[in-house]
Design a protein around this ligand. Structure first.
Ligand code: SF4
Length: 194
């Protein structure tokens, strides 16, 4: 078993925080394990918990539309995961101790996948990876650095569903990702809308 699969096995059996007591399924993450882009959200919601897959509810549908508009697909360009791999009850924010318990798995996934670009979806992802005091409203749309990797924070798709007025800002953030992808990964990347 390679390292990637051994992480998968560890998380399937993980009981490092109390979220293990209420989960139905661990959500390891999915996509291309050599993806140039990693997308990181907050944690599984109801549908993700029931199916064991990331971003499969309404937020996931919107995210897939955004990926498609960018000319990206989950299977080819992206690996998608979360800060915590088990659903917080009632979709509450993960607690700091839950983030701290879970994030070493994400660090190992990032190291193995070795993406060129990391997209952080929402405040919890930003706080979890960059700084617990960071604010998404202040940092979204700006390129950040995490251990030499380019990081673009933007709004979580659930925020876009709650407040469609944020969609324009989010699309501007994704256009920066498209530009950077063309600059450092594939100059011929085709995108109908940008
Ligand atoms: S959320 Fe992470 S640390 Fe907590 S039980 Fe699940 S896999 Fe383990």
């Amino acid at each position: 078993m390679d390292e990637f699969e051994s992480i998968r096995e560890e998380v399937q059996n993980c009981r490092k925080c109390t979220l293990c007591e209420t989960r139905h399924n661990v959500v390891f993450g999915e996509g291309n394990r050599h993806a140039p882009i990693m997308c990181i959200g907050e944690g599984p919601g109801y549908y993700e918990d029931m199916r064991g897959r990331p971003f499969v509810g309404k937020s996931g549908e919107l995210l897939d539309k955004i990926f498609a508009a960018c000319g990206f697909s989950r299977q080819t360009h992206i690996f998608i995961g979360n800060i915590v791999k088990c659903r917080p009850p009632e979709n509450r924010d993960p607690k700091p101790e839950e983030r701290e318990a879970c994030i070493p798995y994400l660090y190992r996934q990032i190291e193995l996948i070795n993406p060129k670009i990391i997209i952080l979806l929402g405040a919890t992802a930003l706080k979890g990876l960059i700084d617990p005091n960071a604010r998404i409203t202040q940092l979204r749309g700006q390129w950040l650095d995490w251990k030499g990797k380019l990081v673009m924070p933007t709004y979580h798709p659930s925020a876009l569903l709650r407040n469609p007025g944020l969609k324009r800002d989010a699309w501007n953030d994704f256009k920066k990702v498209i530009d950077k992808y063309r600059e450092i990964v594939d100059p011929s990347h085709y995108c109908k809308y940008h």
